[in-house]
Design a protein around this ligand. Structure first.
Ligand code: 5GP
Ligand code: ZN
Length: 115
């Protein structure tokens, strides 16, 4: 755990969140500033700065993350209508928290390409 990392501290329960999933590898909680009716962040407990740090060894972890995303989408009732999965990388990618996370957004239509 990185002591100065917001999402490490949320994953550890040091900072409260509206959690929707928790297991040994992955946590998911509602975004504090939702940009869609459903806006959930899914992240590994392990501190990984962004998708730019991923290697093939992270395969099982990523499998778990995407299984949690799919399960969460079903529970939220957005699976049939469709949804958006986003991971911002670096400044120009729009990343503001430097701990790998995936945005699960749904409940409204999205445009393409994103802004
Ligand atoms: P990024 O901009 O890095 O792609 O995504 C970071 C997300 O974290 C943003 O959508 C922002 O609203 C959310 N966020 C920032 N601080 C907090 C917090 O303290 N709690 C929760 N639940 N979400 C946060
Ligand atoms: Zn972290």
């Amino acid at each position: 755990m990185a002591a100065d990392c917001l999402f490490c501290r949320i994953a550890a329960g040091e900072i409260p969140s509206d959690q929707v999933h928790s297991d040994d590898l992955v946590v998911a909680f509602r975004d504090i500033a939702p940009r869609a009716p459903t806006h959930i962040l899914i992240l590994p407990r392990e501190h990984i700065p962004s998708a730019a740090s991923l290697t093939e060894e992270h395969g099982p972890l990523l499998g778990r993350i995407f299984a949690v995303i799919a399960e969460t989408a079903r529970k939220e009732g957005i699976a049939d209508s469709g949804y958006r999965i986003v991971s911002n990388v670096g400044r120009w990618g729009g990343q503001t928290v430097d701990h790998l996370h995936f945005h699960l957004m749904g409940g409204r239509p999205f445009t393409w390409p994103p802004g």
